[in-house]
Design a protein around this ligand. Structure first.
Ligand code: C2E
Ligand code: MG
Ligand code: MG
Length: 259
């Protein structure tokens, strides 16, 4: 797998799919998250949970991360040029990318190259990644924040968040892990945890996104709790760029027709 992974970039085996995010109140699509896919000629489809840790281990993640950022910004420009305005693009970063001194500068360059305003880009960092070196995270996230990009904590609830650091990190959004969201309608503990995260996030003036929303019942629960946005198969599967553009265009067309 390591040998195949080393050749994957030059062989164009990576692709990005985009998963729409919906504002729960209005049902409007607010943005998309870029999710990396690897279709290996030798090994078939390998999930990112398998190849991303491997890419980190063998020092390939910075190159792959550049590909993701560049492609996501180019596709966001494509969406805008095709008439879809006001969408945000969320990109997942890995720990090794955060440690790169030139990360902030590279992000500025990539945004400028594709004419992307900084507040259209949201960088997602997992809770465990941020909290594993919280003092360093405060500094690096502060630097990223200073260029105007949005910052989100991904998979919230599964790491070991220090609430003292939560207050100091310059973040905009919390994404509730699908582990809780998946069982909100059947497990009272998961319902209580989800409701508590939403309340806490709002007290800290953060936007809250629920991940992995699959059923109308889950969405109804999130709505009663005041969750801001939902992402998951109920809204849409992750889609290739052109299919995603058509999906969002069709939804806003329908929304206009019902007004
Ligand atoms: P994540 O960032 O938390 O992404 C959400 C994952 O949940 C995605 O899995 C997505 O396909 C899946 N998902 C979305 N809706 C549903 C649903 O309704 N039900 C269920 N069961 N799952 C849903 P995916 O694409 O396999 O990605 C897994 C993880 O790999 C991501 O979790 C992220 O941490 C990482 N990843 C993906 N792309 C990148 C990337 O470009 N860079 C880095 N560093 N990590 C990435
Ligand atoms: Mg994510
Ligand atoms: Mg997540």
């Amino acid at each position: 797998m390591i040998a195949s992974l080393r050749r994957a970039l030059e062989r164009n085996e990576f692709a990005i799919v985009y998963q729409p995010k919906m504002a729960i109140g209005l049902g409007r699509i607010t943005g998309v998250e870029a999710l990396l896919r690897w279709r290996s000629a030798e090994l078939g489809d390998i999930p990112p949970t398998v190849f991303i840790p491997l890419a980190e281990e063998i020092g390939l993640i910075n190159e792959i991360g550049e590909f993701v950022l560049t492609t996501a910004c180019a596709d966001l420009k494509g969406f805008r040029d095709a008439g879809l305005r006001g969408l945000s693009m969320a990109v997942n970063l890995s720990a090794a990318q955060l440690e790169r001194p030139e990360l902030t500068l590279r992000i500025c360059e990539i945004m400028a190259e594709h004419d992307i305003a900084p507040d259209q880009l949201e960088l997602e960092l997992t809770e465990s990644m941020v909290m594993s070196n919280a003092e360093q995270s405060v500094r690096i996230l502060g630097e990223l924040k200073s260029i105007g990009v949005k910052l989100a904590i991904d998979d919230f609830g599964t790491g070991y968040s220090s609430l003292a650091y939560m207050k100091r990190l310059p973040i905009d959004t919390l994404k509730i892990d699908q582990e809780f969201v998946g069982d909100v309608t059947i497990d009272p503990d998961d319902a209580a945890i989800t409701a508590t995260i939403i309340t806490m996030a709002h007290s800290l003036e953060l936007n809250v996104v629920a991940e992995g929303v699959e059923t109308a019942e889950q969405l109804a629960f999130l709505r009663t709790q005041g969750c801001d946005e939902a992402q998951g198969h109920l809204v849409s599967m992750p889609l290739p760029a052109e299919a995603c553009r058509r999906f969002i265009a069709a939804r806003s067309e329908r929304a206009r027709a019902t007004i």
